[in-house]
Design a protein around this ligand. Structure first.
Ligand code: CO
Length: 212
């Protein structure tokens, strides 16, 4: 485990040397440009890096991460990433990947204060409120947290589908498909929540844009 800045810099030199040795074309090819097929919206948690857990190489996945993998419609950082991914890179798939044991989701379930972070956590609390009936019935805290993680991913998938320029892509063609995944820190495996959508049909009517 890297503990110091020096560890990281030495690690970089070793990684570059090994990669150049194992894949002689790697740097010349990637330095020419990127054509990722996937956009990843994940949690900032250090234990859930997109490329490592999917065994994918640099160049494969365009990435946005924040606390609890949220799609907040006033987050211009996230929206810029999504816009570039769908309009310019033309990614075929968008993956919202949450993870069990997510600190942000757990924190949002409590009544504790976390300072500045409270404002971000409010977006997660809003998801709790939407699913309060189901979640309140789950007695074991860990089970409730796990289900909340899953429901939160599904809500963020819906939030992506509500974005007008995502719907524009669907009007023009098949892609992008949006998927909801949850990663388990305990065994390293992804649970596919089986939600793969490429239309706004499942959204409530008020969110469905029409072409004029
Ligand atoms: Co997390």
């Amino acid at each position: 485990m890297a503990e110091t800045i020096k560890d990281l810099l030495v690690g970089n030199v070793n990684w570059a040397a090994n990669t150049a040795k194992e894949r002689p074309e790697f740097f010349s090819k990637l330095s020419a440009g990127q054509t990722p097929k996937f956009l990843w919206i994940g949690c900032s948690d250090s234990r859930v890096p997109a490329t490592e857990i999917t065994n994918a190489m640099p160049g494969s996945i365009f990435v946005q991460r924040n606390i609890a993998n949220m799609v907040v419609h006033t987050d211009s950082n996230l929206l810029s990433v999504v816009n570039y991914a769908v309009k310019v890179l033309k990614v075929k798939h968008i993956i919202v990947c949450g993870h069990y044991g997510c600190g942000g989701v757990k924190a949002a379930m409590t009544n504790d204060k976390f300072g500045f972070l409270d404002n971000w956590l409010l977006h997660i609390k809003d998801v709790y409120r939407l699913h309060q009936n189901e979640l309140d019935k789950i007695e074991k805290v860990e089970d409730r947290e796990n289900r909340f993680v899953e429901l939160n991913v599904l809500e963020q998938v819906s939030n992506l589908a509500k974005v007008s320029f995502v719907q524009e892509e669907w009007d023009a063609g098949e892609f992008p498909y949006i998927h909801g995944w949850v990663y388990s820190l305990k065994d390293g495996l992804v649970k596919n929540l089986k939600m793969s959508i490429n239309s706004a049909n499942d959204l409530e009517k008020v969110y469905q844009y029409q072409n004029k």
